[in-house]
Ligand binder design. Sequence first.
Ligand code: COA
Length: 243
Amino acid sequence: MQIAFDRPDKKNAITADMYAAMADALVQATADTAVRSVLFHGSEQVFTAGNDLQDFLANPPQGEASPVFRFLHGISRFAKPLVAAVNGPAVGVGTTMLLHCDLVYAGESARFSTPFAQLGLCPEAASSLLLPGIVGLQRAAQMLLLGEMVGARQACEMGFVNAVVADGDTISHALSKARILASLPASSMRATKQLLRAGQQQAIDAQMTAEGQLFRQMLSSPEAREAFTAFLEKRKPDFSRFS
Ligand code: COA
């Protein structure tokens, strides 16, 4: 199965409806024995600009049953192989969702950023646990506190991207890997995934829940409102009045 972000006019920013559709697709992929791997991709220009900030302001997620959390729990517990092909920006959840994928391929243009603090928010998708585990505490702080952008080669060196390929080849390259996984014994794929994640699954669930509670609170904070409004008004946010 392929799940594609396809909202080019908004840089594939993800709305609640899109999260719901992806969460439903993962449920369907779990039930359908003909689906043996799942590939996420965007376009050749952009993976995704992350949460749609306008939609987040208008319809903030209310709890664990909300589409965004259904999607995040869905990918973190997905039993079949998950592959991602990334070109251009992968912002916020565009990067953190990759930490739940088994194989990630990046085009030369791929750039990864997790600007939660810059938006008056905190990390989500268990990234505050998984990212330092992969890249180390200081480099995770560089991404999660400073919000610094990481290029394709750096992401590969840091360990959350498997390989860098030419932009025009990213999706076909990732698709060929997804097809290899689909051709292998489904039982071995399930068992291996389960073993790879088993030691961490409880911790991932707990961290995602803790992050989610904080994230929802912070979403209605004046700092987040200022950051979101500033983005939509195309100006720099001013956090100086908040202590
Ligand atoms: N939510 C809502 N709208 C978004 C969006 C988002 N996350 N990201 C981009 N858009 C919209 C822009 O508002 C703009 O809309 P407009 O044409 O109606 O003005 C359009 O998509 C194009 O975006 P633009 O910023 O002009 O494209 P760019 O190529 O210069 O930059 C990004 C691309 C992804 C680097 C930039 O759009 C960006 O930083 N987006 C915000 C990312 C973000 O903070 N995500 C939330 C993480 S939790």
